[in-house]
Every structure is written in structure tokens, then in C-alpha cells.
Ligand binder design. Structure first.
Ligand SMILES: [Zn+2]
Length: 433
């Protein structure tokens, strides 16, 4: 006990003894508790008697009441909320890239998020931080800004390639532009460029801001390609430049995640009719002024679209994928598209769509995942992302994953599909193609 506390305690004992002596004196004088004539010293300290001589009440119910109340009070856990009750089937810990090893110098997304990718949706700010960290630490990554949203958020894409290709980006883009324009290249020169240039794959995620799994899938893929030490990653980047646009609609994603944060409860919600899974009007699908940017490629009315058109036009990608989500009780849809198909697309477009679909189907079959193809997604309107890119010479592709939003959704047969599993399907689709 520190000396000052000892001193205070001694003083307090002295005071109690003095009050006790005063009480005895007043009591013996017959001046105790007689209404208005109560002794002044007792009037100043009305609880003294109770403290010194508690009344004897052998049959009092107060201890019983106190004990009952204490039993009803939950045990203290500081300020932390109670943990949710376990929910069978909610946990999904299948690794996205089994056995993969990574460069330690390149930060894994969980180092920024504080949790493994896909455990819950990353915010636009978190996605940006992860991408900037990858670009800063990985010699295979370059971050390129291409615009600003109405709400002031940055728009950017990652170029993931070998360090040698990144060192000659301007020359690479010039070669790609030459290959893409038959008016300026001879057949022999075209063949030479096609044989020596890497293919360019443009991976565009979540133009609808409330289709969250696509953005988290992009993070997992970006880290794998930026930091993977496996021969498969190195071989892939020898023949391919991968461009990842992980956050096409950050304003919409932020709006969606705000609704999720405001409506979530301690216990995970797996009912797809809940506000968590249905979003509130106007939802995060659109941008700040409620434009559906996946209808805007033809018209270019929005700054996001104008920035993207400039960026894609610099690269002339050979492959362009758009990653989406659809209804929570759906499964997974991919190309080829159903009719109508734009008559200006080359005859080879459908053949390529079918080839990509076979690879994707094989990857899903290997995991026992359900999917379908050739339904509802038409390929006529040139304002869709991949349709616009296909009319500019790319092979267009599209993924539609069941939208889980967060936690999981209970399906009609009673099983749960978790948010993390939905992210896994975006990752597997990207790598399969
Ligand atoms: Zn969509």
C-alpha cells in the first residue's frame, strides 16, 4: 500500500472512532431519531447509524432478492458483445489456392483486413489499401489510376506481369495497338507480334456495387499472381498480362456495405429475405447518380465509364471478363450467351465462349459445384461491359455467382452457402479461364 493511501486510511479510522463516540453520547442523552430535534451531527450524516449498527432482520428477503438479481445478470466480458451461437454449415475454410506459397515481402490481404479474404466483404477503402500495398511491394504489379467517382473515390486497375514486361509498358502497349489495327500492320508483322506478345486478359469485377463477392475474389487472385512462388504462376505470367479492375463501382459498394453494417445482428443472418441480403433502395447496384454503369459503355455518360473506355482502349485486351452476382437462391451462370447475339460479333466469338465454358465447367465439376449456361444472359446490347469489349475485338466472358452479401444464405434444401464460398467460386472461375 503506498504511504499516502495508508495515511488516508488512518485518518478515516480516526473519523469513524470520533463519530462512534459522538453517537454514544447523543444516544445516552436521549436525542436519537426523535424527528425535528435530531442531533445536528446525525442530521449531517444520516447513514451513520445504519453503517455502525445495521438492524437485525433475521427474516429479511433483501439477501434473497439480491441473490436472484445477481443470478440474472450475465457474466461480465468487458465491453465485448456476446459471441453468436454456432451455426452448423456456416464455416467455410477451404483454401482458395491449396498448397500455394507466397513471397513474404508481399503483404497478404489478411494483413490489411485483419481476417482472411472472403470472411466478410472488404470495404472500398480496404480494397484500395490492399491493391496499393501489392503494387508497392511486388515487382510484378503496377497500379494505374483511371478516374474518380462522383463521390471522390479513386478508380484504378492493377497490371500484373513479369518485371520485364512492366519495364517496357509503353512499348508493350504500342505493339498491342499495332496488332489490333489491321490498317497499319502487314500480315507478316501481325504474325510476328502475335507470336511474341503476351495475351492481355482484362478482369473486371463488381460494376454493380452490391455484387460483393467479385471484389473479394479479385483481391485473392491479385495476391496469388503478385506473390505466388509456384511454377504455375510464373508460367502464366510468361504468356499473359493480367489486368484486374477490382472495384468498378466503389460508391455503390460503400452504399451497400453501409446498409449491411446498419442492419446486421450479433447472430449471423442466413435468411435471404432479410435486409442484409436484399439491400435497401436504391441499393448499391448503381453509382452515385443511380446510373447502371453496365448499361453505359455505349453512351459513356458517367466518369467511371469514360475512364474505363480510355483505359481499355490503351490496352486492346484479347480477353475481357466481367464478374457479377445474381439472386441469392441461384447457382452460377457463365457463357455462352443465349440469343439474341449481336450480329456484328465475329463468328469465332461463340466458339471461344464455348471453349472458356468447358474449362470453367471442368473446374466446377471437380468441386461438385452447380452451374448453368446459355440462359437469360443475352449478348446483343453493346452497352454491357464484355459485349462492348467483344465489339472492340476481345473475347467476352461473364460470371454470375449467387449473391450472398455476407455470412451465408440457407438454400431450399437446407444447406448453407457462405459468403466465403461465393468468393471461392469467383476465384476458381477467374483461374479456370
Ligand atoms: Zn451485375
Amino acid at each position: 500500500m503506498p504511504p499516502w493511501r495508508f495515511h488516508l486510511r488512518a485518518r478515516r479510522l480516526e473519523e469513524v472512532h470520533s463519530e462512534r463516540a459522538e453517537f454514544d453520547r447523543v444516544k445516552s442523552a436521549g436525542q436519537l431519531c426523535t424527528g425535528p430535534t435530531r442531533h445536528p451531527s446525525l442530521h449531517r450524516r444520516p447513514n451513520l447509524r445504519m453503517r455502525l449498527f445495521p438492524p437485525a432482520r433475521p427474516h429479511s428477503i433483501r439477501p434473497l432478492l439480491l441473490g436472484t438479481l445477481l443470478a440474472l445478470v450475465p457474466p461480465a466480458h468487458g465491453q465485448a458483445p456476446l459471441p453468436p451461437s454456432p451455426l452448423s454449415g456456416l464455416a467455410y475454410d477451404v483454401p482458395y489456392f491449396p498448397g500455394a506459397r507466397y513471397e513474404a515481402a508481399v503483404p497478404a490481404p489478411e494483413a490489411v483486413l485483419g481476417f482472411p479474404v472472403g470472411t466478410r466483404p472488404a470495404t472500398p477503402a480496404q480494397i484500395e489499401r490492399i491493391c496499393r500495398a501489392l503494387a508497392e511491394k511486388s515487382p510484378r504489379v503496377r497500379l494505374v489510376s483511371y478516374g474518380t467517382t462522383h463521390q471522390g473515390r479513386p478508380l484504378f486497375y492493377l497490371v500484373i506481369a513479369t518485371p520485364a514486361q512492366l519495364a517496357r509498358l509503353d512499348a508493350l502497349k504500342a505493339d498491342l495497338a499495332q496488332l489490333a489495327d489491321p490498317r497499319t500492320v502487314t500480315a507478316a508483322e501481325g504474325d510476328r507480334l502475335a507470336a511474341t506478345l503476351p495475351a492481355v486478359a482484362w478482369m473486371a469485377y463488381a460494376i454493380h456495387g452490391d455484387e460483393l463477392s467479385a471484389g473479394d475474389g479479385a483481391l485473392a487472385v491479385a495476391h496469388h499472381l503478385a506473390a505466388g512462388t509456384g511454377d504455375d504462376v510464373k508460367a502464366l505470367l510468361e504468356s499473359l498480362v493480367v489486368i484486374i479492375d477490382p472495384l468498378m463501382n466503389p460508391d455503390g459498394r460503400e452504399r451497400c456495405l453501409t446498409v449491411v453494417a446498419q442492419n446486421r445482428t450479433g447472430q449471423p443472418s442466413v435468411d435471404d429475405q432479410s435486409m442484409l441480403h436484399t439491400d435497401a433502395w436504391p441499393s448499391g447496384r448503381t453509382n452515385h447518380y443511380l446510373f447502371d454503369m453496365n448499361r453505359d459503355w455505349l453512351w459513356a455518360t458517367q466518369p467511371e465509364t469514360r475512364g474505363r473506355i480510355r483505359a481499355v482502349s490503351e490496352w486492346h485486351p484479347h480477353y475481357f471478363m466481367e464478374g457479377h452476382e445474381m439472386g441469392a437462391q441461384d447457382t452460377f451462370l457463365f457463357m455462352p450467351a443465349r440469343e439474341p447475339v449481336n450480329p456484328n460479333l465475329p463468328a469465332t466469338a461463340k466458339a471461344w465462349e464455348e471453349r472458356f465454358a468447358r474449362d470453367q465447367a471442368a473446374a466446377f465439376d471437380a468441386r461438385g459445384w452447380r452451374y448453368y449456361t446459355g440462359e437469360w444472359n443475352e449478348n446483343w446490347y453493346p452497352g454491357y461491359s464484355a459485349s462492348w469489349a467483344a465489339l472492340r475485338g476481345a473475347i467476352g466472358n461473364l460470371y454470375e455467382q449467387a449473391g450472398i452479401v455476407t455470412d451465408a444464405v440457407r438454400r431450399p434444401e437446407g444447406t448453407l452457402e457462405s459468403y466465403r464460398e461465393s468468393v471461392h467460386k469467383q476465384v476458381v472461375s477467374t483461374m479456370a479461364n
